[in-house]
Design a protein around this ligand. Structure first.
Ligand code: FES
Length: 339
């Protein structure tokens, strides 16, 4: 029975087919340990009755806390009534890997809509049956209006929040986004399709996380920060937020508040010179700031949200500095792939 080398008193539990893994304290049940790592396992009774947290043991030994018997054979168990006594591998189809949950359509109504800067609206949407929706921190949705192409927005709230929060940048000359704002202001229900996106967290990262956002790319990072704060995440998290002008940093006080109140978190605002109207120059400054933040690029995860130009400029610079490409996550890689 091999104890995990990463932590003397914890065992590593790997879930298949998702590939997600977590460390389990031998004194805690596996459902609690998975929840602490931010892994969403279906559950209700937490007492071995509803069978929602059922899994199959495929490797390792575990303790059934109901009858105190050791389970060594492969077979079914309930995570809420099981503790690890070795590293484990479990089969559990109900746990989704990042980006594996299928998009579906939902009706929603607007619970709140307000202008929070010269061109950004903060919107809160309420679903009638919120519990039917599962998504991961960092995913996005589309607003589907009649006779229009879907409009895509990052979800800015945590997967556990009751309402879905969006940050929508809209001006009268930006027709599609303004149409969405007008539809939301009308008070009618709107159709959403979600969740979308693979650049998201299905569990808490075990390495330092660097998040790089340009403009309203901040929304995706807010979802991740809310989620990690709820988990009482302890690994370092750094947010670089790049904007062209000070007034574009529409929730700067919130990011500053995280910086002051949440110990692992560092906020690095990057504001381009007001005289600098060159968008690529702005990106260069953001990329240079990120590059200067560490030298240990082999041991971090990076999430990036912004225009394809910014994201690919950053990706190239970080990979050249030593970041493994698989440690770089951005929706841009999926919706604007390079050929
Ligand atoms: S939560 Fe009901 S059996 Fe585990």
């Amino acid at each position: 029975m091999a104890k995990s080398a990463e932590k003397d008193v914890a065992f590593r539990v790997r879930l298949q087919p998702s590939g997600l893994a977590f460390l389990a304290d031998p004194e805690a049940d596996l459902l609690t340990a998975a929840g602490k790592a931010g892994i969403a396992v279906p559950s209700a009774c937490r007492n071995g009755v509803c069978e929602l947290c059922e899994a199959n043991l495929s490797k390792g030994s575990a303790l059934n806390t109901r009858n105190q018997k050791t389970i060594t054979d492969t077979g079914r168990l309930m995570l809420c009534r099981t503790r690890a006594v070795s590293d484990l591998e479990l089969e559990i189809e109900a746990v989704m890997a990042a980006g594996e949950n299928k998009p579906r359509k939902f009706q929603a109504h607007v619970a709140d809509l307000r202008s929070i800067s010269h061109d950004v609206y903060r919107v809160e949407l309420q679903l009638p049956r919120r519990r039917e929706l599962d998504f991961h921190a960092g995913q996005y949705l589309s607003v589907v209006l009649p006779d229009a192409e879907p409009c895509y927005f990052s979800i800015a709230s945590s997967p556990r929040a009751e309402r879905l929060e969006l940050h929508i940048q809209a001006t009268p000359d930006w027709v599609s986004a303004q149409r969405v704002i007008d539809a939301l202001k009308s008070g009618e229900q709107v159709t959403l399709e979600l969740p979308n996106g693979r650049a998201c967290l299905a569990s808490a990262p075990e390495k330092p996380l660097l998040m790089v956002a340009a403009g309203t790319g901040f929304a995706q990072m807010k979802s991740v920060v809310d989620y990690l704060q709820e988990l009482d995440h302890r690994h370092p998290v750094t947010l670089f937020w790049g904007v062209r002008r000070h007034e574009d940093m529409y929730l700067r006080s919130l990011a500053q508040q995280w910086h002051e109140e949440w110990v692992p978190f560092t906020f690095v605002p990057v504001v381009a010179d007001d005289e600098d109207s060159d968008w690529s120059g702005h990106h260069d400054r953001l990329v240079r700031t990120v590059l200067a933040s560490t030298e240990n690029w082999r041991n971090v995860e990076v999430m990036a949200s912004g225009s394809p130009t910014m994201v690919y400029t950053l990706l190239d610079a970080l990979v050249e500095a030593g970041l493994p490409p698989r440690a770089f996550h951005s929706d841009v890689l999926e919706y604007a792939p390079r050929h």
